[in-house]
Design a protein around this ligand. Structure first.
Ligand code: LUZ
Ligand code: MOS
Length: 763
């Protein structure tokens, strides 16, 4: 079965925010941005802007009726700047005008005066000055300090990974409507409708019941709309609240790139110790996370970095510390993997560093240290249903790792100016929100009298296919066809207190709630059938819309049964709640059982580098992945392909550049490259491992959203392998992305010039 939406997408029938018919009287909003990255806000003078034709309002912090605060984890983020500005692009004022053109034309006429203050863009500089968003955290198991003397080999180094622009095709936006009694209704492009509702209510001084948020679908989120759809929803709502007219606010691409946070860049120190058999004995790592100007989700992202700091490996002695550093950049935020990829890049760098210095293949160290059943993660959860070795060995065998290695080495012996590289990337990703309380969801299922079914949950469809999976769960549980089922928009009035669609857990949480609701409805209908037909309830079930008793049709169809239930006054609606069982975590000891389960897999990546130009091609990515019992192999395969390519982009082409004034230089698609058809791997093979899935996964179909992004890390190490084949002495720093410029510099270090070094080092 395929994803339900693509045909509508291709026909242009799918409804995104910008497809909502514009209501008469709508005002258009545009956001006045801070022109500097740090300073004291002296004046915001809108006189000239207000004199322009079509400009109706210019709103500032003074116009906010409630509290000017949208911080989630830490209350440190105003909706509109007040007193100070902390990053370039920070919203300072909101222009409302009769047309989009008039609103944008007015921006330059709002005079914003700022007394500049010193700017920090580097997380290590921030940490040195005590500029931390939250106190540091340390995850510890064993005693790494005691372990060093017993190690045969100890290596230290630095690893750096860059940020990443989400580049959802649909930019941020919201459309707000005033409702009766001073409330607002917001159509929002958000992964977190409840976050938009909660913060909007707070900012407007309303109860949450006065704010309704509705989401049909997003043109991509990738984490960028988990927390950071909120300001645009709240700003549109502020406009609608003040003007008592509908207000539409949509960021254009460059404004979106300037104003919103991205994946966190990290700079990290590592120290790894191995015994004579290449077993990793100890690992110490310190992460400096570039959090940007406000906490946003950074503390949670930092925590997930710590959770994934040992990737798929068992290491008995670990000390992992993370600093979330305040800099004058837009607050960085959730991005597919949520800090996990950054943590995993460092342990892979440590292993590569050890392998290179010992002159052994990295795969020797990787394979020997893979997690086994029952091994403890540093946070003390045991690896249960561990498929790390199975994934590695299946990939190595199925895709013939030894032959691939020989082929690469042979090619490199026989080619001077072309070099190939190969790397293996095993992954392990924990599924659940690390904040235990967030692992809950609800579903509201209505069966209408004609037998059709409407399902509402907290899940947001953003292209990932969650609605398809929820429809499958409902159809399978009720025993009816998919054509009977409609997955409704995500609406805070129908399903309340939702967690964002994030953490790869959306189908699990909302799918399980849907399953529970449908099970209750099915039971109710079959109880009715058993009395109507005087049959034993135990033998009854529904299949293909037939009621079957002891495997034989009982002369009653789904439609007849539903109709009978209505006339018997049986409740045809059900509201179910699901909370992932068994989870707990103590954030003071950093120990517990935070994840429902882990997802495993292994990727083999082959690249070829043109050693005159530094350009390269990712030739093949071969993946063996643990889907469990996939509910939808087509959707799941798509997630693996998209995730792997997005990870390759992060590790290779995508280079975010801010200058020292905190201005984004890579501010459009001229300067910021994401993988296109040509940059994507020529071969992308996905093998479904034979694994049982997990009872905490929806219908034993494991979560699939974030894990594959980390396969992309293999591309960095494959490129490194190719560069070293050309220049074995290249002292390549562990610095991603490995752009063609960086490859060239590493191939020919003698020709390195200062300007490119400066380009590479800009945070
Ligand atoms: N969001 C969140 C996430 O709030 N908590 C998480 O643990 C998480 N993990 C991945 C992606 N988003
Ligand atoms: Mo996400 S990074 O699961 O919003």
């Amino acid at each position: 079965m395929n994803h339900l939406d693509p045909i509508r997408h291709v026909r242009g029938e799918s409804q995104y925010l910008d497809d909502v018919p514009v209501q008469h009287g709508t005002l258009y909003a545009a956001v006045v941005e801070s022109p500097v990255a740090h300073g004291q806000l002296l004046t915001v003078d809108a006189t000239a802007a207000l004199a322009l034709p079509g400009v109706v309002y210019v709103l500032t912090a003074q116009d906010i009726p409630g509290e000017n605060q949208i911080g989630g984890i830490v209350p440190d983020e105003p909706l509109l700047a007040e007193g100070h500005v902390h990053f370039r692009g920070q919203p300072v004022a909101l222009v409302l005008a009769e047309s989009e053109h008039a609103a944008h034309a007015a921006l330059a006429h709002v005079r914003v005066e700022v007394e500049p203050l010193p700017i920090i863009t580097d997380p290590r500089v921030a940490a040195a000055q005590g500029e931390l968003l939250v106190p540091p955290r340390t995850f510890r198991i064993g005693d790494s300090g005691e372990a060093w003397p017993g190690c045969a080999h100890v290596f230290e180094g630095v690893a750096e990974s860059g940020g990443q622009e989400h580049l959802y095709i649909e930019t941020q936006g919201a459309y707000a409507f005033p409702t009766e009694m001073g409330g607002v209704r917001i159509i929002s492009s958000t992964q977190g409708p409840t976050a938009v509702q909660r913060h909007t209510a707070h900012v407007l001084g309303l109860g949450m019941h006065q704010v309704e948020v509705d989401v049909t679908r997003l043109g991509g989120g990738f984490g960028g709309k988990e927390d950071q759809a909120t300001p645009w929803g709240a700003l549109a709502a502020l406009g609608a609240f003040v003007a008592r007219r509908p207000v539409k606010l949509v960021l254009d691409r460059m404004a979106d790139m300037r104003m919103t946070g991205k994946r966190h860049p990290y700079s990290s120190d590592f120290k790894i110790g191995l015994d004579a058999d290449l077993k990793i004995v100890a690992y110490e790592v310190t992460f400096y996370q570039n959090g940007g100007a406000a906490a946003d989700l950074s503390p949670a992202v930092m925590e997930r970095t710590l959770f994934h700091s040992t990737n798929t490996y068992f290491i008995p002695n670990v000390t992992a510390t993370a600093y979330s550093c305040r800099t004058n950049l837009p607050p960085n935020t959730a991005f597919r993997g949520f800090g996990g990829p950054q943590g995993m890049f460092v342990i892979e760098s440590a292993i590569a560093s050890a392998a290179e210095r010992l002159g052994v293949p990295a795969t020797e160290i990787q394979r020997r240290n893979l997690l086994r059943e029952g091994d403890l993660f540093p946070y003390r959860q045991p690896a249960e249903g561990c498929h790390a070795e199975q994934a590695w060995d299946t990939a190595a065998e199925l895709f013939d790792l030894p032959a691939r290695r020989r082929e690469v080495d042979e090619f490199n012996r026989t080619h001077r100016w072309q070099k190939k590289g190969l790397a293996v990337m095993p992954i392990c990703f924990g599924i659940s929100f690390t904040k235990t309380a967030m692992n809950q969801a609800r579903a509201l299922v209505h069966i209408y009298t004609d037998g059709s079914v409407g399902v509402s949950t907290g899940a947001v469809e953003m292209g990932q296919g969650v609605n398809t999976k929820i429809a499958q769960v409902a159809a399978r549980t009720l025993g009816i066809g998919l054509d009977r089922i409609k997955v409704e928009s995500t609406n805070t009035t129908r399903v309340a207190n939702t967690s964002p669609s994030a953490a790869s857990a959306t189908a699990d949480l909302n799918g399980k709630a849907t399953e529970l609701a449908c099970l209750a409805l099915r039971e109710r209908l079959l109880r009715l059938a058993s009395t109507e037909l005087s049959m034993d309830y135990e033998g009854l079930h529904i299949e293909n819309e037939q009621v079957l008793a002891a495997g034989k049709p009982a002369d009653t169809t789904w439609e007849k049964l539903v109709s009978a239930a209505y006339w018997q006054r049986v409740n045809l609606s059900e509201n179910a709640h699901y909370a992932t069982p068994d989870l707990h975590f103590d954030a003071t000891t950093n120990q517990g059982y935070p994840f429902a389960y882990h997802v495993y897999g292994t990727a083999l990546t082959t690249v070829q580098v043109d050693c005159r130009r530094g350009t390269y091609e990712v030739q093949a990515v071969h993946i063996a992945h643990d889907f469990g019992q996939s509910l939808n192999p087509a959707v799941d395969r798509g997630q693996i392909e998209g995730g792997a390519v997005q990870g390759i982009g992060w590790m290779t082409l995508e280079e975010l550049v801010y200058n020292e004034e905190g201005r984004l230089l890579s501010n459009s698609l001229n300067a910021y490259k994401i993988p296109d058809l040509y940059a994507a791997p020529k071969v992308l093979d996905v093998h479904f491992l034979d694994t049982p899935g997990h009872s905490r996964a929806v219908m034993r179909s494991k979560a699939v959203g974030e894990p594959p992004l980390m396969y992309g890390i293999g591309a960095y190490f494959a490129l490194r392998d190719a560069v070293r084949a050309f220049n074995p002495d290249a002292g390549i720093s562990f610095s991603a992305p490995m752009t063609p410029e960086k490859v060239l510099v590493n191939l020919h270090p003698r020709f390195t010039t200062t300007p490119s070094a400066a380009w590479n080092s800009s945070a």
